[in-house]
Design a binder for this molecule. Structure first.
Ligand SMILES: [Zn+2]
Length: 283
């Protein structure tokens, strides 16, 4: 499942083909993904210029010259592919239409952006740009982890009320936007915090230590995604899925990489999700 760094990588990969460009035609090949598409979506997109391509949490936001914003969520398995890009960054021809190509944007610069989603947990909606913060998918999302509103004092207050494991609290999108299972495991590993500890019981010092670690873990992953963009372009034009080494996630029974720890990474289940951590150095 794509997390914030993967979504940001997709956004950066799409920007050269979409930003400042007009959607000459949109093919909407079914009525819904996770939820129904907005009424007349194809008509509302056709002829619109993408004035900006932004990201909020795990949503890609395409601001349109029509005063609407296209909200895109990749869900579990959503994939975006760019082909026929005249800028030469994606040097492959348009592929034949594939199964699960649900929405295709034909840009007037010749680029084609395809949204493929086999499991259909993805979503698209159109909203008035001026009212976007009140959209039901967006309104209750917490601060962006890389933005200024996410800081030590904010996080101390937000976690002081949460009588739940710190792992669960950091996955709560009201607390911080866009953090998912993989990166929360990495963050807690680096912070040496046991994922089962109650959020409200952690000292302010330990909570404060999470802020720069969250920023670092996400920034490193975004950098890895950015440097991998070249590879997609040479491969099949698909964006946003990249290999990235994790120290805790998916490393059950591996030796802990914390210097001089000597522990072994364990896997437990919390709220139905796998947690990977070192019981020895995460306290
Ligand atoms: Zn350890």
């Amino acid at each position: 499942m794509p997390e914030l760094p993967e979504v940001e990588t997709v956004r950066r990969g799409l920007a050269p083909s979409m930003e400042g460009q007009v959607i000459a035609r949109a093919d909407v090949n079914r009525a819904d993904l996770r939820w129904p598409f907005p009424e007349n979506m194809a008509d509302r997109l056709t002829g619109a210029k993408v004035t900006a391509l932004r990201r909020r949490s795990k949503y890609i936001l395409a601001d349109l010259s029509t005063g609407e914003t296209l909200i895109i969520h990749l869900g579990m398995s959503g994939r975006m592919t760019v082909s026929g890009d005249p800028l030469g960054q994606f040097h492959h021809d348009h592929p034949a239409p594939a199964k699960h190509d649900h929405v295709v944007f034909h840009m007037d610069n010749g680029a084609r952006v395809t949204f493929n989603d086999a499991r259909r947990f993805g979503a698209m909606d159109l909203a008035n740009t001026a009212m976007l913060d009140e959209h039901w998918l967006i309104e209750s999302i917490g601060p962006e982890p890389l933005g200024n509103d996410f800081n030590e004092s904010y996080l101390c207050v937000a976690l002081s009320k949460r009588n739940m494991p710190i792992k669960t609290a950091l996955l709560d999108q009201h607390v911080v936007a866009g953090l998912g299972n993989i990166y929360v495991c990495e963050v807690l590993f680096r912070a040496h915090i046991n994922p089962t500890r109650k959020a409200k019981d952690l000292s302010k010092k330990r909570i404060a230590s999470l802020v720069p670690i969250i920023r670092d873990v996400l920034s490193e992953a975004i950098a890895a995604g950015g440097s991998s963009l070249k590879d997609y372009r040479q491969a099949d034009g698909e964006l946003g899925y990249f290999q990235h080494g994790f120290q805790a996630y998916d490393r059950e029974n591996d030796p802990c990489q914390t210097p001089d720890c000597g522990g072994t990474i364990a896997r437990i289940t919390q709220s139905g999700r796998s947690t990977f951590y070192c019981p020895k150095c995460q306290r």
